[in-house]
Design a protein around this ligand. Structure first.
Ligand SMILES: *Cc1c(COP(=O)(O)O)cnc(C)c1O
Length: 472
């Protein structure tokens, strides 16, 4: 391919994606709206793309930038003297490492477990699976949707190596009672991790609504993603520990092979310097005052949308937002899956969340600073989308199809069974491949009717179908 063809093809491929700029994609992406900061970040990304964080003595620039970022985060999160931190590839890796460090720090516990609210990010369940730590899930308070300290206390036992809190939770946007949870953990000599992946670069810039940082005595580690509200390129999160001793368990060395001594602070070994340098550049150029302004704009947009939603017939906020995330809930006249489709048709991406225990399906919104100027436009779209969803009525699942799906045993769903389901659901293309419809509401409603284990099995089937070599 000529360079021109490559460029044109990349542009054409990108046109199939959700936009990452413009403030109309309300999940997955974070847009500061600051073109100069973005450009500087991309310059740094390119400048250090080939540098390798594998060996800090070979690329001391990367170590320096990492330590600068950790220092900035420490100031933001009230880290005490002696704290340490590492840059990872994202929130999931930070969480995996926090769980690993906790497990390695408790070698006397033969069969370790961690206590977490049901609202904790699924990355903890991934950590549980990868690291062999049993998750003990505690229901959140049904009204506030925050972790329940009394129930958490009851769930901690001899096998507990970690108590988890969120600041805030991704799904509902509320901050857990960290002070109470951390105190409970400390009393039992157990670690407490605060997942501030999404709130860690916002809440401190708004003034703390409740103590949840290292200012809380029992908090032993905190994760904060720079590729979220630090508005930098994907691929950087930070994991901070209160002391070097607490971090020890996620460091890795192997001298027992014929090559270089492998010495890693994180799961990656070869690690591009690009995202780290971009984060360094973007955080330096936006600066403290800049982040205060961006956080305030995102928060004001969140509050304005929450207020606006109260006036939309058929729609409400699930719970008052503590940060810059919202979960919207529909009444019996309509459904959030149809509203999401209607919003997409109007150029807005909102993220459907399935029903979970007592919480009905919701629409998730992550508000970026770049959305702030278009709040009135967003609310008008929401009014129109909800009116259209009410006119259509709640999406119905075909009872025959629902029966077909309900009869599937997730443990034994095989290729043939999955192929049968795709054609029964009208999702099979001519060649039997997966073919997603433009309107996702019927598919989402069907998935919503499935218990989590079945939904996981079905979506793994989808992922498997999607991840196949491009046919020649
Ligand atoms: C985004 C997020 C994560 C996971 O982060 P990734 O960067 O997607 O791996 C974990 N916890 C919370 C609260 C998050 O918002």
């Amino acid at each position: 391919m000529s360079a021109e063809e490559v460029r044109a093809t990349l542009e054409a491929l990108r046109a199939t994606d959700l936009p990452v700029h413009g403030g109309r994609t309300l999940a997955y992406v974070y847009d500061s709206g600051l073109a100069d900061a973005d450009a500087l970040g991309l310059e740094a990304l390119a400048m250090f793309a080939g540098a390798n964080g594998l060996d800090p003595t070979a690329f001391p620039s990367l170590l320096r930038m990492e330590n600068d970022l950790v220092a900035s985060a420490g100031r933001l999160l009230d880290a005490p003297e002696g704290f340490v931190g590492s840059a990872t590839s994202g929130g999931t890796e930070s969480i995996l490492l926090a769980v690993l460090a906790a497990r390695e720090g408790a070698p006397h516990v033969a069969s370790p477990s961690m206590v977490l609210p049901t609202s904790a990010h699924a990355a903890f369940l991934k950590a549980a699976k990868y690291l062999g730590v049993r998750p003990v899930l505690v229901d959140v308070d049904p009204t506030t949707l925050r972790a329940d300290p009394a129930a958490t206390a009851a769930a901690i036992d001899e096998s507990t190596i970690l108590v988890v809190a969120s600041a805030p939770s991704y799904a509902h946007g509320v901050v857990d009672p960290v002070a109470e949870l951390a105190a409970l953990a400390a009393e039992r000599g157990v670690r407490c991790h605060v997942d501030a992946c999404i709130g860690g670069w916002v809440l401190p810039h708004l003034g703390h609504p409740a103590p949840w940082t290292f200012a809380v005595e029992g908090v032993t580690s905190i994760s904060v993603d720079l590729h979220k509200y630090a508005y930098t390129s994907k691929g950087v999160s930070l994991l901070l520990h209160r002391s070097a001793e607490l971090r020890r368990g996620h460091l890795f060395a192997s001298a027992d092979w014929p090559g270089y001594t492998m010495l890693n602070a994180t799961m990656q070994s070869t690690r591009s310097g690009g995202p780290l340098a971009a984060a360094w550049a973007v955080t330096r150029t936006i600066g403290e005052a800049g982040y205060v302004r961006l956080a305030t704009e995102a928060r004001e947009a969140t509050v304005a949308i929450a207020r606006g939603v109260a006036a939309v017939d058929g729609l409400d906020v699930l719970v008052e937002p503590d940060s810059t995330l919202l979960a919207l809930v529909a009444d019996e006249t309509c459904d959030v899956f149809t509203i999401a489709d209607e919003m997409l048709a109007r150029g807005w991406f909102t993220q459907p969340q399935m029903a979970f225990r007592d919480v009905p399906p919701t629409l998730h919104l992550t508000l970026s600073a770049a959305t702030a100027p278009s709040v009135p436009e967003f609310l008008q779209a929401l009014v129109d989308a909800t009116a259209a969803a009410r006119a259509a009525g709640p999406v119905a699942v075909d009872p025959a199809l629902a029966g077909f799906v309900a009869a599937i045993d997730p443990a034994t769903l095989d290729e043939a069974g999955f192929a049968g389901l795709l054609s029964a659901a009208g999702l099979a293309g001519d060649d039997g491949s997966l073919s997603l419809p433009e309107r996702m509401a019927p598919v989402n409603a069907l998935l919503d009717a499935c218990p989590p284990a079945l939904r996981e099995a079905l979506l793994l089937g989808v992922l498997d179908r999607l991840s196949r070599p491009t046919p020649s």
